[in-house]
Design a protein around this ligand. Structure first.
Ligand SMILES: Nc1ncnc2c1ncn2[C@@H]1O[C@H](COP(=O)(O)OP(=O)(O)OP(=O)(O)O)[C@@H](O)[C@H]1O
Ligand SMILES: *[C@@H]1O[C@H](CO)[C@@H](O)[C@H](O)[C@H]1NC(C)=O
Ligand SMILES: *[C@@H]1O[C@H](CO)[C@@H](O)[C@H](O)[C@H]1NC(C)=O
Ligand SMILES: *[C@@H]1O[C@H](CO)[C@@H](O)[C@H](O)[C@H]1NC(C)=O
Ligand SMILES: [Mg+2]
Length: 321
């Protein structure tokens, strides 16, 4: 806004200023303008990502750990042998899009607003089965075109469970080791898949753990073979999108990351975070009331929030007078 104003001022003052001064001034303005318009990479700082995850992600110790390690080692590798491919799994509202955003704001100056991030939502971008061939051709061209002009591009596939296997297989060549398609290398790209597939298996494991009286934080990727269970579940589930997809066959996903269902205390943290976001003074008792009034499962013990932290903001505003 300010920059635009400056340009207008410059044009108006054209008559009075000598042209030499004007040129220098215009050049300076253009540099400033470009600076504000830039959509670059942020120098990667794992401390910053670590702090961001610690401060803004609640109840997902497995996610924090795996994402931090995977993203850090990838960003710190000047010559990776394949793109970073992460698959997020969990029931609704547990933070899958939220974590994709956190990664984005630690990679790009403009965060999730960066034009280097391409988000595809299955039912929105690829709704008609009859147009699968067209979608396949488009998607192939988009990924190829974007990575050739900006190697560190990020692709987020939301609702992966609703995506046609044919489309998933289009992505496959781009994910592979030493992938080069028509002379373009994809090794610096980041692919993130989001889905509810496997969410129920994860919730069951978390519930078993709770019933055995164990601490949630003791649950890890390899405990109860969590990652293997997710994999089997999404591979054999006809609603997972991944069904017998060659992405799984070829081991192209670096990590299948389980998002645990959220407990009351995590939802309360989400409400507290929303209060900050809405510039309200943080009120623990109010946060507790808002959180407690959300639905929890299973019917009997009521441990996990049915919708995670989803619609917490909408509920919160109902309590504010
Ligand atoms: N674990 C969490 N920590 C902090 N905030 C969270 C967490 N989970 C969810 N939220 C908050 O709730 C909102 C909704 O979560 P998000 O969109 O990430 O859910 P999701 O896992 O993608 O769900 P869905 O499967 O329905 O798409 C987020 O914008 C974020 O503000
Ligand atoms: C990044 O890589 C360099 C070597 O290239 C290594 O010394 C450093 O410890 C790495 N940093 C992190 C955070 O992994
Ligand atoms: C990049 O992808 C978008 C869709 O996400 C597409 O509209 C655009 O044409 C692509 N750019 C190139 C250069 O292919
Ligand atoms: C909160 O305050 C900041 C600065 O005081 C402002 O930029 C922001 O828009 C406000 N947010 C809301 C939701 O009112
Ligand atoms: Mg989501």
């Amino acid at each position: 806004m300010k920059v635009h104003l400056l340009i207008v001022l410059l044009l108006v003052s054209n008559i009075t200023l000598s042209s030499g001064v004007l040129d220098v001034f215009a050049a300076a303005v253009s540099v400033v303008y470009k600076f504000f318009q830039r959509d670059d990479l942020l120098p990667f700082d794992f401390k910053r990502l670590e702090k961001d995850l610690k401060d803004s992600l609640f109840g997902q110790h497995i996610v924090s750990d795996v994402v931090l390690k995977a993203v850090t080692s990838f960003m710190n590798d000047s010559n990776p042998n394949k793109p970073l491919v992460l698959s997020f799994h969990g029931t609704t509202g547990v933070g899958k899009n939220h974590v994709a955003k956190i990664i984005a704001r630690n990679v790009y100056k403009k965060g999730i607003q960066s034009k280097h991030i391409h988000t595809y939502i299955s039912e929105h971008h690829f709704p008609h089965r009859t147009k699968l061939d067209l979608y396949s051709a488009q998607l192939k061209q988009w990924i190829h075109g974007n990575v050739s002009s900006f190697p560190r591009s990020m692709f987020i596939f939301d609702e992966m469970d609703k995506m046609q296997p044919q489309l998933i297989d289009v992505i496959k060549p781009f994910l592979d080791y030493n992938a080069r398609v028509d002379g373009v290398s994809f090794h610096n790209a980041i692919f993130i898949f989001l889905s509810n597939a496997g969410g129920n298996v994860i919730a069951e494991v978390a519930l078993d753990f709770w019933r055995e009286g164990k601490d949630r934080e003791e649950l890890w990727m390899n405990s109860k073979e969590l990652e293997t269970k997710i994999l089997q579940n999404i591979f054999n589930n006809k609603n997972s999108g991944f069904l017998h997809s060659s992405i799984i066959d070829h081991h192209l996903v670096d990590h299948y990351i389980p998002f645990l269902p959220l407990e009351l205390k995590h939802v309360r943290q989400c409400v507290m975070a929303e209060m900050l976001h809405l510039n309200m003074t943080q009120d623990y008792d109010l946060a507790d009331r808002v959180a407690r009034n959300l639905p929890f499962f299973p019917e009997e013990e009521k441990i996990f929030a049915v919708k995670g932290c989803k619609s917490v903001r909408q509920k919160l505003v109902l309590y504010v007078d």
